[in-house]
Design a protein around this ligand. Structure first.
Ligand code: NAI
Length: 325
């Protein structure tokens, strides 16, 4: 049996914790000893309006169970909001150990019709919002030599979902953000991972099925096999992975994880061994590329560089294997 995952003396900021996934993370972390800053703007799933009630209700529930929490109602989507959220955690609890960037909205539309209000609002909440909260939180963690970040990505970005170009652009950006926080944070005891959660939540109400007009994509929905998913697409099936990633026990960083219907899996970015052009300084032609396209795509040998520079070593490895150097 693994050691209990506890958060005694740990302070966690969870954005968008007034409902859905974030609420369940907050409740369970508090049960396991964390002091939780419950942030939520309290607007609609489309990002309209505001209310203090969702965050207040979660804090009330945590306190009723004997836990410690404070509410904050700032929007993540401005630099001032991000700073105020981190300051609220410092005012209440004196430090920040864990930051879960979870707040989110949806404004789905077909790619060619996405207007500025749909693009900006989604980028502001997901991408800039995570950045604005994470940056001041990171400064505090760096001072303390300890930190855990969980950025909330999405299968919509990593695999794809029609009518979500704005959302996928934002969620894909969070993968890059998490990678850099992980790399820089490695010098200061800070770990960062990207989570791809799956849950039936109120965001489902924003998922109008206009995307069915894309035949190949609609087929992927119609043909999906849900047999492992019955009763398991609930928020609390995501929480165990999130709590592990937020814990001291977690040694993993710079990684991507999927939680889907009770299946937890690391999602890898990898590069095929590929095709290496013959020795010398003459580049390949487009026809050479066409002739080798199957080898370029072949994953039977692959590399998993963790930095830009490790890719050069992967290239040298491929070149050696293919007899080019
Ligand atoms: P939800 O709508 O229940 O929760 C999101 C929360 O974020 C809401 O309580 C909302 O008030 C809050 N929020 C929105 N804008 C905010 C802002 N500017 N500042 C502070 N709080 C704000 O939805 P759910 O499903 O719990 O989503 C949580 C996160 O997980 C989101 O980032 C979402 O994109 C992501 N996600 C969810 C998936 C799912 O299957 N439910 C799949 C992939 C990603």
């Amino acid at each position: 049996m693994a050691e209990a995952v506890r958060f005694d003396n740990r302070v966690a900021i969870i954005t968008g914790a007034g409902g859905g996934l974030g609420k369940d993370y907050a409740l369970e972390m508090a049960r396991r000893g964390a002091k939780v800053l419950v942030n939520d703007l309290g607007g609609s799933g489309g990002g309209v309006g505001a209310s203090t009630l969702p965050a207040e209700e979660v804090v009330r529930q945590i306190r009723d169970e004997g836990g410690e929490a404070v509410a904050n109602f700032d929007s993540v989507s401005t630099r001032a909001g991000g700073a105020a959220i981190v300051q609220a955690a410092l005012d209440a609890f004196g430090k920040v150990d864990i930051c879960i960037a979870n707040a989110g909205i949806l404004r789905n539309n077909r790619f060619e019709d996405i207007a500025d209000d749909e693009l900006d609002a989604v980028l502001d909440v997901h991408l800039k919002g995570a950045f604005y909260v994470a940056q001041p939180a990171y400064r505090e963690m760096r001072k303390n030599g300890y930190g855990r970040f969980i950025f909330t990505g999405s299968a919509s970005a990593m695999y794809g979902h029609a009518w979500q170009a704005n959302y996928a652009a934002a969620k894909g950006g969070l993968m890059g953000l998490s990678h850099i926080v992980a790399i820089e944070g490695s010098a200061y005891g800070i770990k960062s991972n990207l989570l791809m959660p799956t849950a039936i939540s109120r965001l489902g109400d924003e998922m109008t099925e206009g995307f069915r007009e894309i035949p190949e994509f609609a087929k992927s929905l119609d043909n999906a096999d849900w047999s492992a998913s019955g009763g398991r697409q609930t928020v609390n099936f995501n929480t165990p992975l999130v709590l592990y990633l937020a814990s001291e026990q977690c040694d993993l960083t710079h990684a991507i994880f999927s939680a889907n219907s009770g299946r937890y899996a690391q999602v890898h970015i990898c590069a095929a061994d590929g095709w290496v052009t013959p020795a010398g300084t003459t580049p390949a032609t487009p026809e050479d590329v066409a002739a080798h396209i199957a080898q370029i795509a072949d994953l039977s040998i692959y590399h998993k560089p963790q930095t830009v520079y490790e890719e050069f070593s992967a290239v040298a490895d491929a070149a050696r294997r293919q007899g080019v150097i």
